[in-house]
Design a protein around this ligand. Structure first.
Ligand code: PLP
Length: 391
């Protein structure tokens, strides 16, 4: 039944609610452990697959409700919630590779994911290739006989690069490699990579899924077999989500479609406004027909999302003046919530990338990244107008 519901109905009513008292809002099982009455019951719960409720690091009813909703929204067989987006990325990646394997990811991705591939995986004897761009030929050239993981992030951070999910997933599948897509920036409202042939989807639920800048969380979804293996990583590494965190994401999901529709529309309008602004030299937003990934984004996305970046004429100093003059947009890292957040990638969010990698990815000194919130559009346009006068 719930598989046939529309997105918003699934987001609100999907998944089993862990309640014995018919409360409309899901209860929060804020417990670390559960009691049992007999030794036999304890032994049985511990051996159940999926495990019965014995210990929250293994399983929790509130967390399970979130996992079922995510699987439904992304079209996965099962899902797994984690303590953060990076917990989801790293546990999914560590599930997909073993020592001696090779993994591929673009360079221009979320900086901690970049560091995972550049610095950490080689320490576990996993060879990595970081691509100069996220085009199909780049992925194709990087394949080796031992390639076991192909990582996709689309749109990319902070340049809004678009990868053709279907083509890259088909390439990886033909090679026998697992494909993981980070769907954080699009959200499942705008894009469902599993439907395009990807094996595993990860999210920072800190962003659009939670949507209110008040929770750090992550999710992994895909086949039941992959999730079972990933669950072992999460249990052993201890990257378990707190039940209250899971509840906050459930609460956020109820309004995901409404927020996303507003953010899609406002970002499109802001991108068009900035593209016509005399103090702006370039705007990166897949909803603009001038964007190189526009046609692919049109095909694989339901909406173009709430993220954009733009280059202020006059470089670093001018962009800092505009950045510091914003009054509605908050100078903050993170994204995907109700408040408009603006960051300065050359100054903060991409600062861990080597300078030459940043330059090759097009992250210029005057670039500002905007996560468009749900404020009144007129107030946002006036804020950027005011800020750019200071540039
Ligand atoms: C695309 C993407 N993936 C993963 C993460 C990591 O998420 P978290 O901060 O929840 O660990 C982020 C954070 O900004 C992100 O933008």
């Amino acid at each position: 039944m719930s598989e046939r519901w529309g997105f918003t109905t699934k987001a609100i009513h999907g998944g089993k609610m862990p309640d014995t008292h018919k409360s409309v809002a899901p209860p929060i099982y804020q417990t670390a452990t559960y009691y049992y009455d007999t030794a036999e019951e304890g032994a049985r719960l511990g051996q159940e697959i999926p495990p019965g409720y014995v210990y929250t690091r293994w399983a929790n009813p509130t967390t399970r409700a979130l996992e079922e909703k995510i699987a439904l929204l992304e079209g996965g067989e099962d899902a797994l919630a984690t303590a953060s987006g990076m917990a989801a990325v790293s546990c999914a990646v560590l599930t997909a590779v073993r020592p001696g394997d090779h993994a591929i990811a673009p360079s221009a991705i979320y900086q901690a994911t970049y560091q995972l591939f550049a610095d950490m995986l080689p320490g576990y004897r996993v060879e990595t290739t970081l691509l100069p761009d996220s085009s199909l030929p780049s992925y194709e050239r990087a394949l080796r006989p031992n390639t076991k993981l192909v990582f996709i992030e689309t749109p990319t951070n902070p340049m809004l690069g678009i990868t053709d999910i279907e083509k890259v997933a088909a390439l990886a599948r033909a090679h026998g490699a697992t494909t993981i897509a980070d769907n954080t920036w699009a959200s499942p409202y705008n894009q469902t990579p599993l439907a395009n042939g990807v094996d595993v989807v990860v999210h920072s639920a800190t962003k659009y899924l939670g949507g209110h800048h008040d929770v750090t969380a992550g999710v992994i979804t895909g086949t039941a077999a992959f999730i079972k293996r990933a669950k072992k990583q999460v249990r052993l590494l201890g990257t378990t989500i707190d039940p209250f965190g899971a509840w906050l994401v459930i609460r956020g999901l109820a309004t995901l479609a409404l927020r996303m529709e507003r953010q899609n529309a406002s970002a499109q309008r802001l991108a068009e406004y900035l593209a016509a602004h005399p103090k702006v030299s370039a705007v990166h937003y897949p909803g603009l027909p001038s964007h190189p990934g526009h046609a692919v984004a049109r095909r694989q996305m339901r909406g173009f999302g709430g993220m954009l970046s733009f280059e202020v004429k006059g470089g670093y100093e001018a962009s800092v003046r505009a950045f510091e003059a914003l009054q509605v947009g908050k100078r903050a890292t993170s994204l995907g919530g109700v408040s408009t957040l603006v960051s300065h990638p050359a100054g903060i969010s991409s600062v861990h990338m080597p300078k030459e990698v940043r330059a090759a990815a097009g992250i210029v000194e005057g670039l500002l990244r905007v996560s468009v919130g749900i404020e009144d559009l007129d107030d946002l346009l006036a804020d950027f107008d005011h800020a750019l006068r200071r540039a």
